[in-house]
Design a protein around this ligand. Structure first.
Ligand SMILES: N[C@@H](CCC(=O)N[C@@H](CS)C(=O)NCC(=O)O)C(=O)O
Length: 358
């Protein structure tokens, strides 16, 4: 029997994914989509009455909640992975101290930032709760940064579960990552060293690697990524989807192609954005098969929406093929409304739009 992990992409469960990978322990990941409030549903409350992630189920069926408990249980069950220093050592005490600090103090501030309305009886007070939570996360990261000895890991030369916790928690929006990276040099060392570990590399790429403009020398890599990402659709729609025959050198030259790359440089994802007829279009999202189904596509779509807002648009448009029903369902789920259907340039298209809040 393997481990089961209930979580969402870029949630506290990501810490446990890294640790399970470190140990080479097989596990089943069950996504509980926070964006859709799935953690609040009654069927999930039957698993964790706190209605929060992560939840770890041990091979013997024992249910563990609370991220710190999950980390400790993994460290005990998977001793060969040396996720923590040996018991009764100075290093172990240091690791436990800061792991409890992050799971208690920092996670608490994250909850107040993400859900300020839960922490005030006055609805008008929510923004102030949020602002105070942001200030508190920054104070906590600075404090921890000032306490760490020489790196690259938190405990020096040796990786520990604390590093995985720091990597993941320092990337959360209320960190925010950019603030931590510019104010907390030791935290940044830990993040860099941990992200480079094979156990974390793919998760790093999917959840956190920057979305950046594609470079001119990446045109053929972009075309190859699109080819592999869209190939499974060819039999379903009976023709090559439009993006498979786009001119990516031209897209890149026009600044319309953005990518996420692995540390090796291999492309993991692509989003093509276009301003035309006074509107902002999400032209194409492609994810490499090795990274598919783990939240990268949604992250690229969120990037497109943020980019539309940044460029002063209050809506974003797209079209997809009518037979790409899974994509239509995904866009609906993300708040896109169907605005029409029709045949254009030989493709049976569904047109969709999402209004963007200011
Ligand atoms: N004390 C808990 C906090 C868990 C927590 O807040 N998890 C977040 C995800 S990273 C969550 O489930 N948020 C959704 C919610 O609170 O509704 C732990 O350490 O595991």
């Amino acid at each position: 029997m393997a481990w089961t992990l209930y979580g969402d992409w870029n949630s506290g469960a990501t810490i446990l994914e890294i640790l399970l990978n470190e140990a080479g322990a097989p596990f089943a990941f069950r996504q509980v989509a926070i964006a859709r409030g799935r953690q609040l549903a009654d069927d999930f409350a039957a698993i964790n009455p706190m209605r929060r992630l992560p939840v770890l189920v041990a091979p013997d069926g024992t249910v563990v909640t609370e991220s710190l408990a999950c980390i400790l249980v993994l460290a005990e069950h998977l001793p060969d992975a040396r996720l923590l220093p040996p018991p009764a050592t100075r290093e172990r005490a240091v690791a436990l101290r800061w792991m409890a600090f992050l799971a208690g103090e920092l996670y608490g501030a994250v909850g107040r930032f993400d859900y300020p309305e839960r922490y005030t009886a006055d609805p008008a007070g929510a923004p102030a709760v949020r602002e105070a939570a942001m200030a508190e996360t920054r104070r906590l990261w600075s404090l921890l940064d000032g306490q760490l000895g020489p790196g690259p890991y938190t405990l020096g030369e040796t990786f520990s579960a604390l590093d995985a916790q720091i990597l993941v928690m320092s990337r959360w929006a209320n960190g925010p990552a950019e603030w931590v990276d510019t104010h907390c040099p030791r935290i940044l060392d830990v993040v860099r060293a941990t992200a480079a570990r094979p156990a974390a590399a793919a998760l790093w790429t999917r959840n956190y690697a920057p979305v950046r403009p594609a470079r001119p020398d990446e045109a053929s890599a972009v075309a190859a990524l699109v080819e592999t990402a869209y190939a499974p659709w060819v039999p379903a729609i009976g023709q090559r989807p439009g993006p498979m025959d786009d001119d990516y050198a031209r897209r890149i030259a026009r600044g319309e192609a953005f990518v996420v790359a692995e540390a090796s440089g291999a492309l993991a994802g692509l989003v093509v954005l276009e301003q035309k007829d006074g509107a902002f279009w999400l032209d194409n999202v492609a994810v490499a098969p090795a990274h598919a189904g783990r939240g990268l596509g949604r992250r690229l779509i969120r990037f497109a929406e943020a980019e539309a807002r940044r460029r002063g648009h209050d809506a974003i448009r797209l079209y997809t093929h009518q037979r790409m029903e899974r994509n239509v369902a995904l866009y609906r789920d993300l708040g896109y409304i169907e605005t029409g259907r029709g045949v254009a340039q030989g493709f049976a298209r569904v047109f969709m739009e999402k209004r963007l809040a200011g």
